[in-house]
Design a protein around this ligand. Sequence first.
Ligand code: C5P
Length: 225
Amino acid sequence: FQPKLLAGHRVLVTAGPTFEALDPIRGITNHSSGKMGFSIARAAREAGAEVTLIAGPVHQTTPRGVRRIDVMSALEMRDAAEREARSASVFVATAAVADWRPASHSEQKIKKDGSGQPPVLHFVENPDILATIAQSARGRSGELFCVGFAAESENLAEHAKAKRARKGIPLLVGNIGPLTFGQDDNSLLLVDADGVRELPRAPKLQLARELIAEIAVRLPATKPT
Ligand code: C5P
């Protein structure tokens, strides 16, 4: 009998973009499809974990056996993730969280005022969900293994190493370019304390399974109850 790799673990995954509303009709978002995060949730479930998936606005089917929480904004994602992370042993942050949100949200549609001058939009920075959760987990009993993702348009390895250090996490996964939003194939760069390793180009579900195996070998030997 071969026990499943993540049996006894509770895995939390964030996926997709966030949507930051400007008014009831408009907002800013990004091209994240959620495919990688949904594949990771599926692979974690196949590996025997209890999986909670916090999803921004995406068009993806919920993997079988996965508990899904839908959110829109970064602040909603942060609230849900902080709540769910308390009982998790693994946190994989694949969401493409908007770095900024409009400083104010208009209850009514913002209208052209006839002056020919476009409105000036002000933004405030969103909280870094992964860094915040990784930091608060360090002060709690019971371990939380945190994994981050990075999508960069240049110097991936350098940015990924810096990001891993800045966020205080053991494993950072870089999306090797070209940017693969919505596509089925990807290749990944794993950055940990030992250095850098590549998972060659493959369908996202296969990469997700390989990544789950990489996470499993890095978890503490004693399983949570
Ligand atoms: O700093 P950057 O956005 O490039 O970091 C990407 C990683 O951090 C991803 O794992 C992403 O899910 C996470 N992140 C987050 N909250 C943010 C920004 C990024 O959890 N506000």
